[in-house]
Write a protein that binds this ligand. Structure first.
Ligand SMILES: O=P(O)(O)OC[C@H]1O[C@H](OP(=O)(O)OP(=O)(O)O)[C@H](O)[C@@H]1O
Ligand SMILES: O=c1cc[nH]c(=O)[nH]1
Length: 190
């Protein structure tokens, strides 16, 4: 997990799976699904997981504002200190957590770009426990690439992308990487 939001170059063999229009369509669908599931914006809080979940959460908030005329609170949940591999990599840079409202009784939607092993989301749930007691916690991801290692499923998925475990999915987000795309490459190149 890089706590600095640095652009990353596409690997040489990266195949573009989704372009900016595909991502925009999926984000619109997810925003509407969130509203349907929550029956509006009541007590809704979006928390993006850095790096790329954070701008995605802001985009969902903008789409929800367009649809409902309501600004839902958006924050960032850094999970670095809650990772289960922290002891093996103790010198990771720590990012920032910013939660703009109380989470007690809220419906929190965690937002991330990729769901893979599920360990990032497990860490996010541990981090949430230190911040309050939401009424419900849901998960929105742009890409679910499978290979979950924990009993974690996303509630809102942009695309289910079956992958081999030696492949790597990269989500490029304009706010960080200069343009939007989802690419698939061999892990050794990623
Ligand atoms: O389900 P998991 O196996 O935990 O993998 C998914 C996580 O991996 C990536 O983050 P990464 O750690 O590469 O950091 P980044 O977001 O800063 O690129 C991705 O953005 C997810 O947060
Ligand atoms: O393929 C992967 C695996 C974990 N995280 C990613 O962003 N991509």
């Amino acid at each position: 997990m890089s706590a600095t939001h640095e652009p990353r170059p596409a690997p040489d063999d990266a195949r573009v799976i989704w372009d900016a229009d595909d991502i925009a369509r999926a984000m619109r669908r997810i925003a509407h699904q969130i509203l349907e599931t929550n029956r509006g914006t009541h007590h809704l809080v979006l928390l993006g997981i850095p790096s790329r979940g954070a701008p995605l959460a802001h985009r969902l908030a903008a789409l929800i504002a367009d649809a409902e005329g309501v600004e839902v609170p958006v924050g960032e949940l850094d999970i670095t200190m809650y990772r289960d591999d922290l002891r093996r990599h103790p010198t990771r840079p720590v990012g920032r957590t910013r939660v703009p409202v109380s989470l007690d009784g809220a419906t929190v939607v965690l937002v991330d770009d990729v769901l893979y092993s599920g360990r990032t989301i497990a860490a996010a749930m541990d981090a949430l426990k230190d911040l309050g007691r939401p009424r419900a916690v849901r998960l929105a991801v742009l890409i679910d690439r499978g290979h979950h290692e924990l009993p974690i499923q996303a509630d809102h998925v942009g695309k289910d992308l079956p992958t081999a475990s030696d492949e790597h999915v990269r989500v490029r987000i304009a706010e960080i990487d200069g343009s939007d795309a989802v690419t698939l490459s061999s892990a050794k190149e990623a």
